[in-house]
Each structure stands twice: as structure tokens, then as C-alpha cells.
Design a protein around this ligand. Structure first.
Ligand code: ACO
Length: 162
């Protein structure tokens, strides 16, 4: 089992993984237009942290780091159907936090969570209260009325992965 953070860089293996992840999102997020999923997963300003097992994608999180604002917006998050509720979603989020802090220099995440995923995000440390100053995120993330805006502060020191 491994965790990888990739973006659309033209490397064959990365492209195969991104297509696998796009297919998981399309199946697990049926309310999202497929073209929109493809566009963001393949967009070069987005990154995807993925769980890979036997060279197959089990799930992942696609996000956009806003380096100047030091926050990231999580666009999509999903684990393939037969591997859910086994702890992969939690490990994935921990890898994302570690990477976002140590590589991207981010301090917070924002996401529009689906109603049925709010419980998962709460367990990952997200809150419905937004403490981040509006000036830091307003105009950067789009309003979206299919979900609830949630925030997570990344601990500056905590080791999130082993
Ligand atoms: N609602 C409430 N609690 C949940 C949910 C949920 N939908 N999913 C998982 N949990 C809980 C688990 O019970 C577990 O609790 P515990 O630690 O007390 O045992 C904890 O969250 C972590 O569970 P994991 O096994 O790590 O989660 P999993 O691997 O299943 O990943 C995920 C969670 C990503 C939500 C997965 O279930 C999934 O892909 N669901 C369908 C797609 C989806 O809803 N994605 C999020 C949409 S919002 C967005 O993308 C911005």
C-alpha cells in the first residue's frame, strides 16, 4: 500500500492513476457532472493524493493549493465502494495534511462537504465554523450550493503519518 501525490505532469503512470481516480469520483459522486470531475482532476493547478494498492487506485482527494493564501480547497474525496469504512479515508486525509503543510506550506483546508459526508469530515477535524479570515479565501473559492462549507486547521507540528 502506498500514498502518492500527483498532478497532470504527463508521466504515464501518473496519468493512469489520475484516470483511475477520476473514475472513482464519477461513480462515488453521482451528483457531480463527469466533465467537471475530469476538468479539475486533469487541471494542472490541482493535485491529487491517492491510495495505491498493487498499482491500482483505491481512492483519493483532489485539491487546489492556494499558496499565496496558505489554504487548500478540497474539490473531491472518495474511496472505491468495496474499500470504504476500512480506515483508508482517514489515512488519506492524514497524508494530505502532511503533504499540504510540508510541501505546499498550507495552514488550512476548506471544502464544500456533501451532507452525507459531513460526519467523515468532522472525524477528520473539520468544522462548520469558518475561523479563517474571509479576506484570505473570499473570491478564491466558488460558492456552491450543493454542500456545506467546512474548514480544517492543519496542526503546524503534529506528525500526521508514520
Ligand atoms: N458519514 C459519517 N461518518 C462516516 C462516513 C460518512 N459518510 N464515512 C465514513 N465515516 C466515518 C467512519 O465510520 C469512521 O469512523 P470511526 O473512526 O469512528 O470508525 C471515520 O469516518 C473514518 O472512516 P474511514 O474508513 O477512514 O472512511 P472511508 O475510507 O470510508 O472514507 C469517504 C470516507 C471518503 C467519505 C468514503 O466513505 C466515500 O468515498 N464515500 C462516498 C463519496 C463521498 O461521499 N465523498 C465525500 C463527498 S464531499 C467531497 O468530496 C468534498
Amino acid at each position: 500500500l502506498k500514498f502518492a501525490c500527483v498532478s497532470n505532469d504527463g508521466i504515464d503512470e501518473h496519468m493512469i492513476w489520475l484516470i483511475g481516480l477520476k473514475n472513482i469520483f464519477a461513480r462515488q459522486l453521482p451528483n457531480m457532472p463527469k466533465e467537471y470531475i475530469v476538468r479539475l482532476v486533469m487541471d494542472r493547478s490541482h493535485k491529487s493524493v491517492m491510495v495505491i494498492r498493487r498499482n491500482l487506485v483505491v481512492g483519493g482527494i483532489t485539491y487546489r493549493p492556494y499558496a499565496s493564501q496558505k489554504f487548500g480547497e478540497i474539490a473531491f474525496c472518495a474511496i472505491t465502494a468495496d474499500e470504504q469504512v476500512k480506515g483508508y479515508g482517514t489515512r488519506l486525509m492524514n497524508h494530505l495534511k502532511q503533504h499540504a503543510r510540508d510541501v505546499d506550506g498550507l495552514t488550512h483546508f476548506l471544502t464544500y462537504a456533501d451532507n452525507n459526508a459531513v460526519g467523515y469530515f468532522v472525524k477528520q477535524g473539520f468544522t462548520k465554523e469558518i475561523y479563517l479570515e474571509k479576506e484570505r479565501w473570499q473570491g478564491y473559492i466558488k460558492d456552491y450550493d450543493g454542500g456545506i462549507l467546512m474548514e480544517c486547521k492543519i496542526d503546524p507540528k503534529l506528525p500526521y503519518t508514520d
